[in-house]
Design a binder for this molecule. Structure first.
Ligand SMILES: Nc1ncnc2c1ncn2[C@@H]1O[C@H](COP(=O)(O)OP(=O)(O)OP(=O)(O)O)[C@@H](O)[C@H]1O
Length: 266
């Protein structure tokens, strides 16, 4: 099914991508010389210290920022066009659910804005809530759910309109480790079921290694890619795979990449 991923058409392609912000304190090179290809159905993590441009890269894909150098295509289109074609769903670190809306009401919101019919909205909300294991929670309000459940609801909201790309910016960063482990497992299952292409920002080496088919290591000033690691782990990943030799080797390479990036900075 997915064993030909390496050869699949690029969903996201960056060539010589750069973004310099002009600030009162002078230019900030948030991204420089970024070359990256993401194929259909890949799970790509971005890891690196604060300020290395992880969020900026995700925001460029989402057309929330505009590169000042190079080219970027999303589903073969300019990011603005891909955005209009609703190519992606975006999940933020904070679940960002409206407290006055029920869980179903929150998940439904993008569908209302996009003008889906009432019946279609109901069906989609039911389906995506089930996908993230929140069957029966649609009538609850966000404050009645745990932090992990709220984050699952925000993933459901991003999945509601069938975008084939899911962009996730540190979605589990604020959760405790046990909850995070469980959500990592669930996210892998969801990815296997939906065959989405996922771009995932994290600060956690184990999370990046556990989830990804490809790990992009970045370093700051200027924000750039220092290593791209193709994972050799099987796609089926029980949590205890984290004790395997292969996992530990990949984690070691990520750590070395992060350390090297820090060295350059000095
Ligand atoms: N709108 C902006 N205006 C000016 N500088 C910005 C802007 N957005 C980001 N930057 C700068 O660009 C650099 C990259 O920021 P970015 O948020 O992409 O990093 P990050 O790797 O996601 O960091 P973190 O892990 O802390 O979220 C930083 O130096 C940041 O201060």
């Amino acid at each position: 099914m997915r064993d030909s991923i390496g050869q699949s058409a690029p969903v996201i392609e960056a060539k010589g991508l750069g973004l310099t912000f002009q600030t009162g304190d002078g230019p900030v090179h948030a991204l420089k010389d970024v070359d990256l290809t993401i194929g259909k159905g890949e799970f790509v993590s971005f890891i690196g210290p604060s300020g290395c441009g992880k969020t900026t890269f995700l925001r460029c894909i989402a057309a929330l920022e505009h590169p000042t150098e190079g080219t970027l295509t999303v589903n073969g289109m300019a990011p603005d066009a891909a955005r209009r074609a609703r190519a992606y769903g975006y999940v933020f670190q904070a679940a960002g659910l409206y407290p006055w809306r029920t869980i179903a009401g929150n998940v439904k919101l993008p569908l209302e804005i996009m003008g889906y019919s009432r019946a279609d909205q109901e069906t989609r909300v039911r389906n995506v809530l089930s996908l993230v294991d929140l069957d029966g929670f649609g009538k609850k309000f966000p404050w009645q759910l745990s932090g992990g459940m709220q984050q699952r609801a925000s993933i459901a909201r991003a999945l509601a309109f069938d975008a084939d790309i899911l962009l996730m910016d540190e979605p589990f960063g604020a959760l405790d480790e046990i909850v995070r482990d469980r959500l990592n497992e669930e996210l892998l299952k969801l990815w296997a079921r939906t065959e989405k292409t996922i771009g995932f920002v994290t600060h956690s080496i184990p999370e990046a290694v556990y989830l990804s088919t490809k790990i992009v290591v970045m370093s700051p000033r200027p924000g750039r890619i220092t290593d791209v690691i193709e994972s050799t782990l099987p796609r089926e990943r029980p949590l205890d795979i984290r004790d395997s030799k292969e996992f530990i080797e990949i984690a070691h390479r990520v750590r070395e990449g992060l350390r090297a990036g820090h060295g350059d900075e000095a």
